[in-house]
Design a protein around this ligand. Sequence first.
Ligand SMILES: C[S@@+](CC[C@H](N)C(=O)[O-])C[C@H]1O[C@@H](n2cnc3c(N)ncnc32)[C@H](O)[C@@H]1O
Length: 206
Amino acid sequence: MTASDRRSHWQTVYLSKGEQQVSWSQADPQPSLRLIKSVAPRRDASIIDIGGGASRLVDALLASGFHDLTVLDLSEAALASARERIGATGEAVRWVADDATVWQPPRAFDIWHDRAAFHFLVEDNDRAAYLDRLHRGVRAGGHAVIGTFALDGPEKCSGLPVQRYDPATLGGAVGPAFELIAHEAHRHVTPWGATQSFQFSVLRRK
Ligand SMILES: C[S@@+](CC[C@H](N)C(=O)[O-])C[C@H]1O[C@@H](n2cnc3c(N)ncnc32)[C@H](O)[C@@H]1O
């Protein structure tokens, strides 16, 4: 799938479906928020949400006092919807409409968060491009919190194939520049009551 096909797929999704019509919707962004707080004791930590879409994680981070926040997604429609929802309290948030496999990190962040974006990269070249950005986009001693479908999770999402991981295979994919320091299983319940098996891993940049 080219970056252009990906963008048009996700633009169509966000332009045609409401928050309660997408499987990944969450009112309370857990375990992401708790895991981010576990590795970001200071409220001035710089945090980027990769493939953040219209997620309410940014609302929850702002409400918790974090203020150096960036949300990257290839769908402008998703970002516009989050931005509009948050209003003036989100003025300081940086919204980046780009593909995580082509974007160039402008800085090394303290925290890189990704819930259900990396797992859509099923081709080696796309994964390598993402991981190159991950390596450059997290400072030494910083952390990545990455949630993907688990090995017993769905094989597809939004009509697209996904690569499923357990913490060991995710850690192996990310490579030796990061150390896996924590992980947990998570059962996500979709707005229509289906259950999806996720894994969340916390990795520390050496
Ligand atoms: C399943 S949704 C999850 C959205 C959000 N992380 C959440 O938890 O609500 C996947 C998101 O990843 C974005 N995405 C997919 N591939 C991407 C890529 N290569 N670069 C940036 N964003 C991407 C999509 O636009 C979509 O918003």
